[in-house]
Design a protein around this ligand. Structure first.
Ligand code: M6R
Length: 604
């Protein structure tokens, strides 16, 4: 999704902006641009496609001494990915970059056009710069004009503006989309829409709250809050290591991240397992007092881990559990009762729809918990309690290790709640903890398994669709397997409960319909097997994933014999991830940055 960077200082402005944008690249974008103001002279460059195109265009451009600059990677929402629609957007003598959506841009644009203002792009963003310049004409003061402009915008935004009328200043505002500012001892100021561009440059950062606006110059960082009160920055220190992951010999980040799962799950378990107890130091047990229901809310892959969680909460902790897709929950006027613990799940902690549901739950007075991979993200800062998943930075747009650690957290959390509610006896709990310790082993990728999947993938590059099928927790895993395949192979795939196929989808069965059947030994094996046989009898091509050989399958991917269905879950998770990866590679797709997708979806 869109990314913002900004810089004020005397170092190499162009390089700082471009390398900041590079750090945001993994989030997904289709064009990029920068604008730099030095003295009273602006230079701006934009390019569609990858950042190398922008680097090429700016090859000859250099800055000398103090300058202010803003940069942007755009993921198209209003208007196609063209150079004209790329940010920064120009007024007469100001430039703006923006993340989010200006919902009332049509009204603003119509009024501005009626005054004779010419728009160059189809974007919502361009109204900000023209509205600012209109206000500047009346107010004759850039900050007054900027502040007024902000009050006229509706929607979600993070924005930076630079103007010749105040050439050594960057104006900023944040409402609904994340943004932070970093400072260092040399008086430089750095802006970004997430931490990574600032690591190694700024020691201290301030995460803006919704409604914050203000400006920076050489000497000042001035912040006003949503009530127009001057507030002090709340600095927190930023890690100094460059977290920007390298591929370390893997072909794609997604591949590396699949291989990392054993380590990151071990990290996620670390310090949280005792012999007969699950420990979450970050939770106060009173969070669960008076709770009769757990409601989980998320999008995409995180929604699938929420579905897995619901099976475990009901099975182990005997607590009623419901799961919601965040974009649906927002607008369906849901009933919320205070005996419900509201749990949001998000890799990024910034997904606009999920964040909004968290705000709704808080406003309704519910207790809230976030399971998240990014510390200091908007959701982490907003929720009453937080469990971090410790997956490390995930760069592949197709989520893998984040999902694995989310499910691990939920397995532990369901046992933690089970103990609080006396729903599991000590032996049962000990047994589960013993199983949890085995997850890191069950997700190790062996050469033999990877080779087998690689070889087999060539048979699945066509056809009229894939059905991933499973029962119980293997149904959300089927959904996740299908999502992975869709995202990076662009082949049609669906996840379905095995027992539901005969209620409609089986009509599609023929040799060109590929069924990826999840057949665990320890959960409803015979029932699932019958469902697969029904498909096999109708000539669907079957690829079975199971520890038990299945002679009705056209292809068979064995997993290890495990002690429990949850360990089978993790073994199969790796198989479906690798299968998608290998199909996508054979099709020649960009695995890490699939078309049309963004890593962090900060618009609704
Ligand atoms: O950061 P989040 O977990 O909130 O993101 C939610 C979805 O956008 C995300 O899981 C998406 O579905 C991934 N591309 C899946 O691979």
């Amino acid at each position: 999704m869109c990314g913002i960077v900004g810089y004020l200082g005397k170092n190499n402005t162009k390089e700082i902006l471009l390398s900041g944008l590079k750090e945001l690249e993994y989030r997904g974008y289709d064009s990029a641009g920068i604008a730099v103001l030095q003295g009273d002279s602006f230079e701006s460059y934009k390019a569609i496609g990858k950042l190398v195109n922008l680097e090429e265009k700016t090859k000859e451009f250099t800055t000398d001494g103090f300058a202010v600059g803003i940069g942007h990677t755009r993921w198209a929402t209003h208007g196609k990915p063209t150079e004209l629609n790329a940010h920064p957007h120009l007024g007469e003598s100001s430039y703006v970059v923006h993340n989010g959506i200006i919902e009332n841009y049509v009204q603003l644009k119509t009024k501005l056009q009626a005054k004779g203002i010419n728009f160059l792009s189809q974007t919502d963003t361009e109204v900000i710069v023209h509205q600012f310049e209109e206000n500047l004409y009346d107010a004759k003061d850039a900050f007054k004009a900027f502040s007024k402009t902000i009050t006229e915008l509706e929607g979600a935004y993070a924005t930076l503006l630079v103007t010749k009328s105040m050439p050594e200043t960057i104006y900023f505002a944040k409402h609904g989309s994340p943004m932070l500012v970093g400072v260092n001892d040399a008086g430089e100021k750095f802006f970004a829409s997430s931490d990574s561009p600032l690591i190694g440059l700024a020691k201290e950062v301030n995460y803006f709250e919704d409604g914050d606006y203000g400006y920076v110059n050489k000497d000042e960082l001035v912040i006003y809050n949503k009530n127009n009160e001057l507030v002090e920055p709340k600095f927190t220190s930023l890690a100094t290591d460059k977290l920007s992951a390298q591929k370390d010999g893997y072909r794609f980040f997604m591949e590396k991240e699949i291989y990392e799962q054993s380590d990151v799950i071990a990290d996620t378990l670390m310090g949280r397992l005792c012999d007969d107890e699950i420990i979450f130091d970050e939770l106060d047990k009173s969070l669960f007092d008076g709770i009769n229901e757990i409601k989980l809310c998320a999008c995409g892959t995180s929604y699938h881990s929420a579905l897995c969680a619901s099976y475990m909460f009901e099975r182990y902790a005997k607590v009623r559990c419901s799961v919601e897709i965040a974009s649906e929950f927002r607008y369906r006027e849901p009933l919320m009762s205070k005996d419900t613990l509201f749990v949001v799940i998000s890799q990024s902690g910034e997904t606009a729809d999920t964040l909004e549901t968290l705000k709704m739950a808080k406003n309704a007075g519910l207790k809230t918990l976030v399971v998240c991979n990014v510390d200091n993200s908007s959701m982490v800062r907003l929720a009453d309690a937080c469990i971090l998943t410790r997956a490390g930075i995930e760069k592949g747009v197709a989520s893998t290790k984040a999902f694995a650690t989310q499910v691990t957290v939920f397995w532990m959390l369901s046992l933690y709640v089970a103990k609080l509610r006396d729903a599991l006896n000590t032996d049962g709990l000990k047994h589960q903890i013993h199983l949890l310790r085995e997850i890191p082993t069950s997700v190790i990728v062996t050469d033999e398994m990877h080779e087998r999947i690689k070889r087999l993938s060539k048979r699945y590059l066509h056809g009229h669709g894939f059905f991933f099928i499973g029962r119980d927790v293997f149904f959300p895993l089927a959904l996740e397997g299908a999502l992975k395949l869709k995202e990076i192979s662009y082949l049609h795939a669906e996840g379905y409960p095995s027992g539901e196929m005969k209620h409609g989808p089986i009509a599609l069965a023929d040799p060109e319909l590929f069924t990826i059947a999840l057949l665990p030994q320890h959960l409803l094996y015979e029932k699932s097997k019958s469902n697969v046989e029904e498909l096999s009898a109708r000539d669907s091509t079957i690829c079975a994933i199971s520890p038990i050989n299945f002679d009705k399958a056209d292809d068979f991917i064995p997993i290890n014999v495990c002690k429990d269905y949850m360990l089978e879950f993790f073994e199969m998770m790796v198989v479906v991830q690798l299968l998608s990866l290998e199909i996508s590679i054979r099709l020649g797709n960009d695995v890490d940055m699939p078309r049309n997708l963004a890593k962090s979806v900060t618009v609704e």
